[in-house]
Ligand binder design. Structure first.
Ligand SMILES: [Zn+2]
Length: 140
């Protein structure tokens, strides 16, 4: 793993909603900037096995390595680990539930939620991520 943790670090990040809307599709904006959730089983990466690295669709930061992706059968891409330091966790008490939201550490865009204690993998962690929040760069 390389240490160039910010591929796109030289690019200016949008500051306003209008700037984000210019960069993102309406569906991407709703998920990434309004903490929306795409419908289960509809995302382009639910069943993807292609080796590579998943980047933040909003800012391009590396977030997840495909080696941590696993079949969770929950309808969203699931990873049992994030690339260290790339994802921040925030308590989310919306919808009458206590969950942990995950956001991109670089641009603060919404990715999904993280769940622990489900015993799906040895790491016992499921980063449940919207396909609309990430973009796969296949390895060579
Ligand atoms: Zn980002």
């Amino acid at each position: 793993m390389t240490e160039d943790k910010n591929d796109a670090a030289t690019a200016e990040l949008p500051r306003t909603d209008d700037e984000w809307r210019a960069r993102l599709s309406p569906a991407e904006f709703r998920v990434l900037r309004r903490a929306g959730t795409e419908a289960p089983w509809t995302g382009e990466y639910v069943n993807t096995k292609t080796p590579g690295v998943y980047h933040c669709r909003a800012c391009g930061a590396k977030l997840f390595d495909s080696v941590t992706k696993f079949d969770s059968h929950c309808g969203w891409p699931s990873f049992d680990d994030a690339i260290p330091g790339t994802v921040v966790e925030i308590e989310d008490r919306s919808l009458g539930m206590s969950r942990t939201e995950i956001r991109c550490a670089r641009c603060d865009s919404h990715l999904g939620h993280v769940f622990r204690g489900e015993r799906m993998t040895p790491k016992d962690t499921r980063h449940c991520v919207n396909s609309l929040s990430i973009r796969l760069t296949p390895s060579e």
